[in-house]
Design a protein around this ligand. Sequence first.
Ligand code: PGA
Length: 263
Amino acid sequence: MKQIQIPGKNFPIFVYDTYEEASLAAAEFVAAEIKKKPDFLLGLATGSTPVGLYRALIEKNKKGEIDFSEVKTYNLDEYYPISPRNEQSFLSFMKENLFDHINLKPENVHIPCGEAPDPNLEAEHYEKELLAIGGVDLQVLGIGSDGHIGFNEPDDAFILPTHLVTLTEQTISDNARFFPSKKDVPTHALTMGIGAIMRAKKCILIANGKNKARAIREALLENPSPANQASILQFHRDVTFFLDHDAASEILSFLQDAVADPV
Ligand code: PGA
């Protein structure tokens, strides 16, 4: 592991040789936070990125190192429309990869409902729940290859509340691997907006793989812009990045060039 610093930016970035190491380090971070506050409010993400983190949290729970009995979880997003019982729903994903293996109470799980009759009302309802808690203690984030966090897709603005979003072609192609075919990927999703993500007391973002290197460079190095929604995290009060070497590769070459060619 090495910690890197981007000149002028004060958020910690940890770079690991492998995805497994990055996931374990993220799990240590999350576990340490939960230990400090049993009734922890934990914001969660789906996708392949957090699976290693979830595996490590399950192991820690089984060993009695962390207790989820008083923890409340808040997921970032859900496809729309989708039945929560559909095996491709994010609720099913969370059950399979985390919830069914830890001592979390089902009533403490929060996730937008993909089969609500009116998605805009459902978005309002979820936002009210998020406003009522005043921000999760820790939000876990992945990043899309187009820079999305949650399903906040590249846009002309940062949309603050929970909202219905049209998924980009890029996201639909990226996520087709979870579905029988690309045409089965829902075209829309309900997502926590940038407001609730920024209200989180802490955020961690995990990224691995070369296909994330550009999004990570734009998000961490360049001026924040809604064209890369993750770039807003540069303004977050307490964000930590856990990257594997591939995801960090464009930042690492930038830093090397900066050292080789000081101005
Ligand atoms: P992935 O998705 O972890 O499956 O790459 C990340 C995301 O869309 O946030």
